[in-house]
Design a protein around this ligand. Sequence first.
Ligand code: SF4
Ligand code: SF4
Length: 459
Amino acid sequence: MNRPASEKNGVDVISAIQRAGIVGCGGAGFPTHAKLKGDIHHLILNGAECEPLLRTDRYLMIHHAAQIVSAATAVKQAVGAQQCTIALKGSYQEEIASLERAIREQDAPISIHKMKSFYPAGDEQVIVAEVTQQVIPPAGIPLDVGCVVSNVGTMYNIALALEGKNVTHKYLTVSGMVKKPTVICVPLGTSFAQCLELAGGIPEGDWMAIAGGPMMGRRLTRDQALEASVIKTTSGILILPIDSLPARKEQITLLHMYQRARSSCIQCRRCTDLCPRHLLGHPLEPHRIMRQMATLALDGNTTDSRILKSAALCCECGICETFACPMQLQPRRVNAMLKQELAREKVRWNKGEGQQEPSLWREGRKAPTKRVAARAGVLEYYDRCGTAGLMQETPDQVTLPLRQHIGAPPTVLVTVGEQVSAGQLIAAAPEGALSANLHASIDGVVVSVGDAIVIRKEG
Ligand code: SF4
Ligand code: SF4
């Protein structure tokens, strides 16, 4: 009997992804089953791992290439894509060798696209342009040009889902000033404190943490970090000294930032000239936004100006403020604030509006990753974490927040005192809603249910 193309070994691929609770491994965590809908011609696997210091995806591509390739083949077939490409940096030689071996051994219909080592090579809009030479329209998504971009870590989770395993664990990088920077694999809900122990222990003195990479990760104080736990989108934990550049930037108040923008922006337009979205031909010009903000009253209306509205096109990569601006101003932060205001007022940029040809200077204006790391003040940690080691541990207790992804939180299915086992469904995505299932990550007893489900190991 011929099986439908959406099945692998009798398993419906999209249903398996949905059942396993898979969401995008970095960023906002879009539920993967919902992303794989529509007219998809080209499935692109994102292996760029462009954030300096993170090594998680690189570890997976070296050590789990066979699963990544096999899952990509299954997804390609399930969605009916004509092409599948793994895009990563040409400098990732060990990763390329592992993937090429897996592709050869499985005779997989997958090609590899080698990119230069620049930031943000992994931005969805940038990676689609790199691989296909097509530009996603402003305010558009990859599907607008027939593409879907999925992280290699997400693909690894799909491989496990096709073996009947739900999402219970997370690979992540622990780096920065920890004693032994490493890639670790821990059950979801493991505390950051325990992750830091795996990387040699919590450093003395005061420090700040970043959940994710140094450019786009979420900034946390020491206390916030010690209360945080690993969720499905935690790609890394970086620990930096309290006097490091990212920490000092974080201490600048919004008001102070505005005052500096008003008094110090010299309108050199370097922020615009190096902006990856502007270079793709999107009508985003941070120097104009800065100029307009400088002339606007602090309580002025920001949502009826076309220039300020264009902040909606900003991906918050941080090139403008970390790499470009000679005056150490923060156009990214201004845009992030404007985006919040635009979202509150439900003001959207019309898809495709103002699109132009990509800049002829785009190639020469890509920001080399190592120089970005230097400007971000994290160069001393750049080569500290390799891709060889892996630390694993099962904690005595896990805290699983219900909100781990974009969309509605799942509905709790367990009560306090109930015994659960690892992999068991404990909160289900509401029928018809954009959401994702949540599973117990260890065996134990439910000790609390609220915004998070806490499970404690017995004995
Ligand atoms: S790079 Fe800095 S100084 Fe130059 S225009 Fe942009 S914000 Fe102003
Ligand atoms: S953060 Fe700056 S460089 Fe990045 S997309 Fe936004 S405006 Fe452009």
